[in-house]
Design a binder for this molecule. Structure first.
Ligand code: SAM
Length: 451
């Protein structure tokens, strides 16, 4: 989009750039094309653009064979974008990107997000689109130069802070280029920069409870000039042995630790429970009669028949609760799954296991459950007999950090369409449980919880 196009469009729309919405329109076509090319768009991608404005980036996005979602807060611009770009594969949402429902982005192909972001709201937008419910694999954002530098900073520099460490734990930030203020109309008071954030693969992310990690890092950086031993009192007594393990002096400050050293510090100060191979399961015959107990690893390595439970919870809107499995699970890491699921321990009944798993994985105590069927062992079930239950749950859930990435309610129709389009997003047993649920006929009635 050329400078003259921006002037003409603003005139046609009888409007002027609104400062409170961070409206600075890009008028350099080469840069717009280059920003779009940084997304590395592949056929079938689903691109989300935040704040498309007059369409400086959108016109190059629309050239690709992709699904496009545009989120614009300014009503006049949203109406213009609808007229210009709306199609069978492009949707325009008029509203605040911070209120946008991320759940709707699942099930339509790999998601990448782009935007010359309004500066007043860049930080919360980054937090939202890097949150556990975000399906994005790559984000390309134009930000205020200062923020871009903070996201990409090296230890022992003034830009290196809590945000650098917390975002880079799961996302790799890359500084792509600086943009002078003069490429925007009106020119902002500060320079800008384009960065990319790429989701790190599971093997690059140290298994840790993110909320514990984030709070440790934020406390560490809360008083940058103080030595860490004074800002993290939990570690004070063992400080000499902790710093020896990290190979840093006792006087170390927050900005002197690398991301890997922060992760080690968190592991030492708050040892996270690792998945154990020491659990005992009942090995059963092909009639589900218990033969003997064996350790978990032995059962899995030998494909011995054993037992598990899956629970699908529903709320009063008839939405079903899905959990996204932790990326550190040994089986089906990172996939969407039933509300809760797990093995039946040795000596336990299916029903007791169902209630225990709901408690351990989601912090829910004793909801009434109804058994809707039983899956027989095969490769897809991991050689498990699986009893499937439904139940009603309203209100909060408290996902176990190392087990569950996130949990969210989704409309049943959306889940059915999504599962049909992208079965690889789900655990194989969830797909079988969903089939059982559809054969069962109806979801439990929230006004009459199952007995
Ligand atoms: N992408 C266009 C370009 O490069 O010329 C416009 C970029 S301008 C910096 C930011 C855009 O974000 C504006 O169109 C503004 O109306 C929009 N915007 C501001 N706050 C927003 C929000 N909370 N949610 C969605 N869009 C927003």
């Amino acid at each position: 989009m050329k400078f003259s196009d921006i002037q003409r469009l603003l005139q046609e729309l009888d409007t002027e750039p609104t400062r409170s919405l961070g409206q600075n329109f890009l008028h350099d076509q080469n840069l717009a094309q280059w920003i779009v090319s940084s997304l590395d768009i592949q056929p079938g991608d689903h691109i989300v653009e935040i704040g498309p404005g007059l369409g400086a980036l959108t016109e190059y996005l629309a050239d690709h064979d992709i699904r496009l979602t545009l989120i614009e807060k300014d009503g006049r611009l949203a109406a213009y974008l609808k007229e210009r770009f709306q199609s069978a594969t492009t949707s325009v949402f008029h509203g605040d990107a911070l209120d946008f429902d991320l759940r709707g982005l699942w099930g339509h192909g790999p998601v990448k997000v782009v935007g010359n972001l309004p500066y007043y709201v860049s930080t919360p937008l980054i937090a939202k689109f890097t949150s556990p419910l975000s399906p994005a694999s790559r984000l390309v954002f134009t930000l205020q130069l200062e923020l871009a530098r903070r996201l990409n900073a090296e230890p022992k520099t003034k830009d290196f802070g809590a945000m650098t460490v917390c975002v880079n734990r799961r996302w790799k930030a890359t500084f792509l280029r600086k943009l002078p203020a003069s490429v925007f109309f009106p020119a902002p008071k500060v320079d800008s920069a384009v960065i990319s954030l790429d989701r790190r693969p599971a093997h690059d992310v140290c298994p840790l409870d993110d909320s514990v990690f984030d709070s440790l890092v934020r406390r560490g950086f809360s008083e940058r000039r103080k030595q860490l031993r004074n800002t993290i009192p939990e570690c004070k007594n063992n400080w000499p042995s902790i710093v020896a393990k990290l190979h840093v002096p006792e006087t170390v400050r927050a900005e002197e630790l690398s991301l890997a050293q922060w992760e080690s510090l968190a592991r030492i100060c708050f040892p996270a429970s690792a998945q154990s191979g020491a659990e005992m399961f009942d090995v059963v015959d092909d009639q589900d009669i218990v033969l003997r107990a064996e350790p978990r690893d032995t059962v899995h390595v030998n494909n011995f028949l054993h037992r598990a439970v899956h629970m699908i919870l529903v709320n009063s809107k008839n939405h079903i609760l899905l959990q996204k499995r932790s990326i550190w699970k040994d089986r089906n890491p990172g996939l969407w799954d039933s509300s809760a699921a797990g093995h039946v321990d040795s000596g336990e009944t299916y029903q007791d296991a169902a209630l225990r798993e709901l408690r351990e994985e989601l912090g829910i105590s004793s909801p009434p459950l109804k058994r809707i069927g039983k899956l027989t062992p095969c490769k897809q079930t991991g050689w498990e007999f699986i009893e499937v239950y439904t139940g009603v749950h309203e209100g909060e859930v408290f996902p176990a950090p190392l087990e569950v990435e996130t949990a969210a309610y989704f409309p049943l129709d959306q889940v059915s369409d999504w599962a049909a389009r992208c079965p690889a997003d789900f655990s194989p047993v969830f797909l079988l449980s969903l089939e059982l649920l559809s054969k069962y006929g109806s979801l439990p009635d929230p006004s009459h919880p199952a007995a």
